[in-house]
Unconditional design. Structure first.
Length: 450
């Protein structure tokens, strides 16, 4: 048996430690180099400069930064390098707050990022200055009494600050609310504020709330008694639910973006971050929740130019308008069939591969469409609670009842193109076509006489 003596083990251990130290040193060196490249790309960080607002230049400079990042991480993407920079900035900002009175820092790249201190939101504030700070509403054209009236009026329109209100995520409803506030405020106060004036005053009120909320968290963490700096803060406190910073109730982490805060909270229990307050459904993206909420209240913003039907999204509108135009842009490579929507094309392709994706948990039957599975589940209930008001016959689903009630209609709208015989239900016409030695196709179904 092969034996290794203690001396050899020590040599191996020392070798591993040296390798780890060298690896860490190389990683730190690369971070410093990355920051230096970042420093020379002002459109990515210098908010005091005009180049910061140049989107084309910003895109070009991100590509430069990405190329540097790929030197160590060849498969990196633009999102990866953005995330790395955001993490470095967050640590730098946190270090500023934690620094001792002497200004000493333990963050190895702190000196490399000192160029950010020229930016207003990174400036180091003297603790005594912060303690003696007085409330000032700079840039306001309203006095305290007028500001209080605006705060009280703003509170009435929950869609502007309360995310539990469905219309909170609807830009058109928010615009309407702001127009109503402007008209009502000018009328009651005898002023003539413009829309631009109102926007500035509302931003001012929200900034006051942000500063107070930050001050409140700082007092709580240092076990100090919180005293509002704004003399009328009791009229603004309701806005705390909609302005940063947000403090996690689970781990006390402070987060500065509402979406990031939602995602962070969801990470604690593994749930989806954006939840519907009406039905409880969760979504990965805020935009998906917005569309979902519009469906609840049928507040649609897009309409068909042919029939004026309203749709929740541009994708839905585009798919609907293809019914009018007959456009079918999706072509099956296997059989050549053309389809009008991607979802139809995807289901069609799954049928070629015999890959149904929805499974009944009771009988294990498979389906290609979720709605077909839902219809199938009614058969397991076997509760015929959908009753026909004509003959009192019961059915397990509303769809079956709707199909049944067609037989009670005087008009039989399904017409056989061969012999002229009419049927009340599609199933009757489909069965009848077999007597002619043929069957209904998708096109013949669309051409029936209504």
């Amino acid at each position: 048996m092969f034996h290794i003596c203690n001396a050899q083990l020590d040599v191996l251990e020392n070798g591993r430690n040296k390798a780890l130290l060298a690896q860490r040193h190389a990683k730190k060196k690369f971070v410093i180099e990355l920051i230096e490249v970042y420093r020379n790309l002002p459109s990515l960080w210098d908010t005091n400069s005009e180049v910061y607002f140049d989107r084309k230049l910003k895109k070009q400079q991100y590509e430069i930064l990405l190329q540097k990042y790929k030197e160590k991480y060849p498969n990196a993407t633009k999102d990866k390098v953005k995330g790395k920079i955001q993490a470095l900035r967050a640590n730098f900002r946190r270090e500023i707050k934690l620094m001792s009175a002497s200004g000493a820092s333990t963050l190895y790249y702190f000196d490399a990022m000192k160029f950010l201190l020229n930016l207003k939101h990174f400036a180091v504030r003297n603790s005594n200055e912060a303690k003696d700070e007085k409330f000032t509403a700079t840039g306001s054209i309203l006095n305290d009494t007028q500001s209080i009236k605006l705060a009280v009026l703003y509170k009435k329109y929950k869609c502007l600050w309360d995310e539990k209100e469905i219309s909170y995520r609807f830009a058109n409803r928010r615009r309407e609310a702001l127009e109503n506030i402007l008209e009502e405020y000018n009328t009651t106060c005898g002023l003539s504020l413009t829309k631009n004036d109102l926007d500035k005053e509302i931003i001012k009120l929200r900034k006051i709330c942000t500063n107070e909320k930050r001050h409140k968290i700082a007092c709580k963490r240092s076990n100090k008694v919180y005293k509002p700096m704004c003399p009328y803060y009791q009229h603004l406190e309701y806005l705390e639910v909609d302005v940063h910073p947000y403090e996690c109730n689970f781990c006390d982490k402070v987060i500065y973006g509402i979406c990031q805060y939602k995602i962070h909270l969801a990470s604690h229990d593994g749930s989806l971050p954006f939840k519907c307050n009406v039905c409880g459904n969760g979504f990965k993206l805020a935009t998906n929740l917005t569309v979902h909420l519009r469906r609840h209240v049928q507040d649609y913003t897009y309409s068909c130019e042919f029939c004026k039907k309203t749709c929740a999204t541009t994708t839905e509108l585009r798919n609907h308008e293809r019914m009018h135009t007959g456009e079918k842009p999706f072509v099956c490579d296997t059989c050549g069939k053309t389809l009008s929507t991607y979802s139809e094309f995807k289901r069609h392709d799954q049928r070629h591969g015999n890959q149904p994706t929805h499974k009944c948990e009771i009988c294990s039957k498979m389906f290609y469409e979720k709605r077909k599975l839902k219809e199938h589940m009614y058969s397991h209930r076997n509760v015929r609670d959908s009753i026909c008001d004509v003959c009192n016959k019961g059915f397990v689903s509303v769809k079956q009842l709707r199909q049944h009630k067609l037989i009670h209609n005087e008009e039989k709208k399904y017409l056989c193109k061969i012999c002229g015989k009419r049927f009340a239900q599609y199933a009757g016409l489909s069965s009848h076509m077999k007597t002619h030695g043929t069957k209904l196709t998708g096109n013949s179904f669309k051409n029936f006489d209504r």
